[in-house]
Design a protein. Sequence first.
Length: 610
Amino acid sequence: MCGIVGYIGGRQAVPILLEGLKRLEYRGYDSAGIAVVAEGRVLVEKKAGKISDLIAHLQGRDLPGTVGIGHTRWATHGEPNDTNAHPHVDCTGEIALIHNGIIENYAALKAELIAKGHRFRTETDTEALAHLIEEFYRRNGSLEESVRSALLQVQGTFGIAVISRREPDLLVAARRGSPLVLGLGEREYFLASDPNALVPFTQHVMYLDDDEVAVVRKDGLLVKTLRDVTVEKKAVELGLDLERIEKGGYPHFMLKEIMEQPETIQDSMRGRLLPEEGTARLGGIQHEIPSLLYARRMLFTACGTSWHAALIGEYLIEEFVRTPVEVEYASEFRYRDPVIDRDTVVWAISQSGETADTLAAIREAKRKGAKVFGICNVVGSSIARETDAGIYLHAGPEIGVASTKAFTSQVTVLTLLALLLGRMRSLSAAQGREMVAHLQALPSKVRRALANSDQVKEIAELYKNSRNFLYLGRGYNFPVALEGALKLKEISYIHAEGYPAAEMKHGPIALIDENMPVVFIATRDATYDKILNNIQEVKARRGRVIAVATEGDTEITRYVDHVLYVPETPHFLNPIVSIIPLQLLAYHIAVLRGCNVDQPRNLAKSVTVE
Ligand code: G6P
């Protein structure tokens, strides 16, 4: 959610902090701030708004210093304004702290600290932590020790970084539930909540684990537990380059990510298809195949777009593997005491690998004794590390807040899973080979669907002022309807609902009139005739129909107002091609309405608070 950066070394900290913050802005963007230790003082500057507002605010201010921290906020406690922006300081202004997460017991801590004479200036939960650290610091004079002691009293989640005037060559960072990664340079260290921010500076990184504290000095780094036990950590290579996290000539990250899907889908399949044997190889789960194959039940848990991919996963696994699947929102799963036994395997699906609810669902499933597998995009993320085994998407960093390429890669990987397990059940070699061939043809079909972007834009022009949209689909295209509606509401702020097409009669049909655009995903498959009936029902009530249909289907033009064609593909791969025009429709409408598509209001890329 919020983004954290830090620097300690021989260079000026501020330009490095600002560069890092710009790369993290997609995570939270209601306010930002920095703090540096300079000339025996901690200097703090913060501003409501975007990083560009902070940069404008810093113009002409002299902020020297080679140790500093920076933060971009997504408000949880206290409205987004200059005061509530991070960093937060203690009573004396001696220490400055940035925080990602939620201090759940902050109200009790705050009351205690106020009783002890501390003066609070903000409405944030974070400020309580700054004062709590101060309380210990007054007594023991060691920032490191004070941070550890304070965190032992904290309930909730945190990724924090702290600096102090009294110890100008020290940066202390700690995490529980919110990601933190250290970048290792030559006599300099970087800190970030997301490896993307480190790419311009170093490729050598070290991930902090929960309840670990990093004590960072220019000439050395020590990682300890909260209880002061030194931890041996290994550095790993990031394997990301700048080109992959920049816009590459596109006006928005979202459009770049939509357009690169032929390649990202290919990357998700690379080295994983075995055409001769008609199956797939998934290295990350190969040693776990028996537990997957003999599971009596699979449970997919996820949030947002990943939850939509999970719904498609349910259709795929049940069709090809014949194992019963349930799909559950992670936020419900974690508090519902779900029935899990030895024969259930749980799959957590997450682009970022950091979503707090999904992470908590994994922990709950593990407590109940289940094997938990992950499908993640971000290598080394918390979910990737906490699951027993898993599959990476290899779709590259996704920066646009509305997920696009991660979705198609998730569905691709789920198809590979269905193929692999299906071949060990009832699928014949010939059927497997056919599926492989269809998968191989997928990237070029997605490329063809993308080529219609201009036509989608023309339709976007016509409907950009609509107040509501309905998205309808059946079978594999029902989750596509949900995802198409989610994309539109996320970035254009138009109310949109996705529904199974036949359910329309049980409610949404009441909404239909000449002002209601209805998007039907009506590709040619077993449900096609039924969908045509549903289209007629909408037309009979003067609704405006935009259909996503299979190339060559001229019949449909008789019933609908607009057709967006996608290449023909077997029903189980339909979602990957039929979502393309819907992503583009949401994108073009949002741009035409003047919305900030990469950073839609109130949303965050990675939701690390529950
Ligand atoms: C946020 C993002 C969505 C994403 C969801 C789940 O809401 O804005 O795009 O689908 O989180 O995130 P995950 O990283 O777990 O897939």
